[in-house]
Design a protein around this ligand. Structure first.
Ligand SMILES: O=C(O)/C=C/c1cccc(O)c1
Length: 556
């Protein structure tokens, strides 16, 4: 492929520049472009990445991919619904863990292939009229002020300037954007080195579990995939030389016969030595520029969180930039990106480091103590469930961000403010069954449970919220009256309708499918006033944004 602009109509000027066309950069760009925000992606490489770096996805990432129309294609090439097994001394199974069944309508944990994901995202970006992909292009300088950002780029020796309103740095662990903005990366780098070997043509049947072998001799991890893909990682000892350990002979010695009867040319997709970092950017925002993905956080792979954190960043930031471009966003809304995402990113770094420390222990006293502690923990039912359901991987809680907490009125404990909204299966007026997300649209949604959201105020129209009237199972959805823009849906099993305690409530859902508020009609005014601190519908109207509606796309 030639460097330069992928041929297609170029929407000029772009409102957002994304530096980095890896998975997180492309997810950000596609979410923006699908909402009509013209976006330029600056990427050094000439083609999508072909390295199987991340291999673990959570339900929430698939929820975002569903919105981008690539979830089914990716699932068909993935090992769905996996768990983890931890083996201790003498190969004894210490713990088997599987996340609780997902509320979000997708498998809770999946092993996937990053090159397939990157190709799917790339193909969508290439054909998207709202995305300008500048390949073979490197960002060399960034300036930004209150009016916008300018990025100097070089392509085949030719330098030019790009301008936009906002900048997103999605350029990975060695982020140029982060350095250019002068943002510090806090944390440390591990001392242990690992050799990661990605194999093809694996014929042995593996159960759908990542295996952590912590025998204290040479810790290793084995993660199965589909279509003959298998990852095996070994910890290296201090005296081992990385170059020597990755020679074909030594790779063969590591794998044959312990893991494979024979190793043919082409069976090893990659063998590389890495050292894990545990670092978080000091800030995720600097004026008009934001960091996402590995540019914002680097974590060891042991909890399978790296890319999930990046996809969450993209989904969280994209809707806030869309609001900023539409005109109603306050500084508080834009600042909420760092508040919401940095805290969770830092937590995932910490958890990944802890899981790694358990796996990498080699000191006999440490390994014996570890095994004894895990056996004890398994005797306490609540602690056992905590481990077995992988509750140590905590989902984000954005209640300190764009959320309106209950006032003095009734509390509705079943639907948690600041948490991801469940995705129940619903039936529409035509009898079609689908996940709720299919009907939520791309922006805000106001769901009435036990109350028709037609009755809610005009604020929700001002922020383009989709109004949904959610009915309990067995109640037939009705076509809404002419002029009333409400979608009637019935749950197939009482999930959200069963969680509100029979009280009529509204659920305000953010564009990233997080619950912003749960409130009774009598509390609506307070909720709207608080939400106006983040998005002011009146400012939006005054600015009358020029989003190119012809470029808005809905991917079913
Ligand atoms: O999917 C998981 O739970 C873990 C994946 C993993 C663990 C350690 C090293 C890796 O490269 C992946």
């Amino acid at each position: 492929m030639q460097g330069g602009i992928v041929e297609k109509r170029i929407p000029e000027p772009s409102r957002v520049i994304v530096i980095g066309g890896g998975p997180v950069g492309l997810v950000t760009a596609l979410l923006l472009a699908d909402a009509g925000v013209a976006t330029t992606v600056v990427e050094r490489a000439l083609a999508p990445g072909d390295l199987p770096r991340a291999i673990s996805l959570q339900d929430e990432s698939f929820r975002v991919f569903e919105q981008l129309g690539i979830a089914d294609a990716l699932k068909s090439e993935s090992l769905l619904d996996t768990g983890s097994r931890y083996f201790g001394l003498n190969g004894r199974l210490l713990a088997e863990a599987k996340p609780s069944p997902s509320r979000l309508g997708h498998p809770a944990k999946t092993q996937f292939d990053q090159p397939i994901l990157e190709q799917l995202l790339f193909d969508r970006a290439v054909e998207h009229p709202g995305v300008t992909l500048l390949l073979g292009t490197e960002a060399t300088a960034i300036t930004h002020d209150v009016n916008g950002v300018t990025v100097h780029v070089t392509e085949r020796g030719v330098t030019r300037q790009l301008s936009a309103e906002w900048l997103v740095g999605a350029d990975g662990g060695r982020s140029f954007t982060r350095s250019a903005l002068g943002i510090r990366l806090d944390g440390s780098t591990q001392t242990q080195r690992w050799i990661v070997v990605d194999l093809l043509n694996e014929r042995a049947q593996h159960e759908p579990f990542a295996e952590f072998h912590c025998d204290g001799k040479r810790p290793y991890v084995l993660v199965p995939g589909v279509n003959g893909r298998l990852r095996i990682e070994f910890m290296l000892f201090d005296h081992e030389d990385p170059d020597e350990m990755t020679t074909p002979t030594n790779i063969r010695n590591l794998l044959v016969p312990a893991f494979r009867n024979k190793l043919l040319p082409g069976d090893v997709r990659r063998a590389a030595v890495y050292v894990a970092h545990q670092r978080v950017a000091h800030n995720y925002r600097s004026g008009r520029a934001f960091l996402v993905g590995d540019a914002a956080h680097l974590m060891p792979p042991f909890a399978g969180q790296g890319l999930n954190a990046g996809v969450r960043d993209a989904a969280n930031l994209a809707w806030k930039l869309i609001e900023a471009i539409k005109g109603g966003a306050s500084e508080r809304l834009l600042d909420s990106y760092e508040i919401e995402r940095r805290a969770h990113g830092a937590k995932m770094v910490k958890i990944s480091r802890r899981v790694g420390a358990v796996v990498m222990a080699t000191n006999p006293l440490a390994t014996q103590t570890r095994d004894a502690v895990v056996r004890l923990v398994n005797l306490v039912p609540s602690a056992r469930r905590y481990l077995a359901n992988m509750r140590f991987i905590t989902p984000p809680d954005y209640s300190a961000g764009v959320a309106v907490l209950p006032g003095d009125g009734p509390k509705f404990a079943g639907v948690q403010i600041g948490r991801a909204l469940s995705q129940p299966t619903v039936t529409d007026v035509d009898g079609n069954r689908a996940g709720l997300d299919t009907y939520l649209g791309r922006g805000w949604a106001l769901i009435g449970v036990g109350i028709n959201p037609e009755k809610a105020s005009a604020y929700w129209n001002g922020i383009d919220a989709t109004r949904i009237h959610l009915l309990p199972p067995g109640v037939a959805p009705q076509k809404s009256a002419a002029g009333a823009e409400v979608i009637d849906l019935a749950e197939t099993a009482a999930a959200l309708t069963g969680a509100t305690g029979g009280e009529p409530v509204f659920i305000a859902v953010r564009p990233d499918r997080y619950v912003a508020a749960v409130f009774a009609a009598s509390d609506e005014q307070r909720v709207v006033e608080e939400l106006r601190n983040f998005i002011d519908d009146r400012a939006r109207e005054a600015r009358s944004p020029q989003l190119d509606s012809s470029e808005r796309r809905d991917v079913a």
